[in-house]
Design a protein around this ligand. Structure first.
Ligand code: NDP
Ligand code: 8X3
Length: 249
């Protein structure tokens, strides 16, 4: 029987590319994001390959997260794979001038949103004693870079939550791991810099990772045999050695 995956943040970038990759492999999809039109376009594009169900809500809204996940139609009720991907950086400022709304957004979406979705999905996984959770962390969850403060904190939290989940869900045979990319050319920098032209410079002068690169890695992770769990994966573009060392032309 086809597996079912819930992907948060499926309207662009890594989440969208993962939806395409999973559809190609015949995995049924539950796609979550705030931009409904984009969700509908993706559903239309993928329906020839697999079944797609849309969940149009903000992961910060815990009532909606529980309501939508608890009320999934029968054909989508059993979630085998959860990709906790929704998230972004907001701003790049020294701690002393950082914007509190940016801080709230990063902690509320990247950390608390991931927890709400996980809390809504995990009980059915523990009941069935199977499942696979992949949290999309970041190289920013492994090292802190200048002005990265709160975004880095949110991704360090994702890594700690991943490790905690893996320990607590170990008796149930549930796989938990994180995929942690360096620079990926998506809408990420447009969101971070609020549409400012500076966003275009982030991926200039070298070949950044593409969303499809990460989607293929995520599919590799979910397609390992049942006794293999890729717990923690760090991937950079070849031109990047760490958060601050990038070989640009
Ligand atoms: P994008 O901006 O392209 O995608 C972000 C996705 O998250 C969108 O689909 C967006 O959908 C969704 N999202 C954001 N906020 C919410 C919310 N409140 N509720 C529901 N969905 C939300 O960026 P990426 O694809 O690059 O980012 C995906 C993940 O990868 C993030 O967790 C990011 O931190 C991580 N990452 C990115 C890297 C990069 O360099 N790009 C590197 C390392 C990690 P919508 O706006 O429609 O709700
Ligand atoms: C995204 C990578 O270096 O822009 O998580 O923070 S970075």
């Amino acid at each position: 029987m086809a597996k079912t995956a819930l992907i948060t943040g499926a309207t662009s970038g890594i989440g969208e590319a993962t939806a395409y990759e999973f559809a190609k492999q015949g995995i049924q999809l539950i796609l979550c994001g705030r931009r409904l039109e984009r969700l509908q376009t993706i559903k239309k594009a993928l329906e020839g390959l697999t079944n797609v169900h849309l969940l149009n809500f903000d992961v910060r809204n815990k009532d909606e997260a529980f309501k939508y996940i608890n009320e999934l139609p029968t054909a989508f009720k059993n979630i085998d794979i959860l990709i906790n991907n929704a998230g972004n950086a907001h701003g790049l400022d020294p701690i002393e001038t950082g914007n509190i709304d940016d801080w709230d957004a990063m902690m509320d979406i990247n950390v608390k949103g991931l927890l709400y979705i996980s809390k809504a999905v995990i009980p059915q996984m523990t009941e069935r004693r199977s499942g696979h959770i992949i949290n999309i962390g970041s190289s920013a969850g492994k090292e802190v870079y200048p002005k990265g403060n709160v975004y880095c904190a949110s991704k360090h939290a994702v890594l700690a939550i991943t490790e905690g989940m893996r320990i607590d869900l170990n008796p149930y045979g549930i796989k938990v791991g994180s995929v942690n990319p360096g620079l990926v050319e998506t809408e990420f920098s447009k969101v971070r810099f609020k549409g400012d032209a500076i966003a275009d410079l982030v991926y200039k002068g070298y070949k950044a990772l593409q969303a499809k690169d990460i989607a293929e890695i995520i599919y590799f992770v979910v397609s390992r045999p049942s006794h293999v769990n890729i717990a923690d994966l760090l991937v950079f573009p070849t031109a990047q050695a760490n958060s601050t060392t990038i070989n640009k032309n």
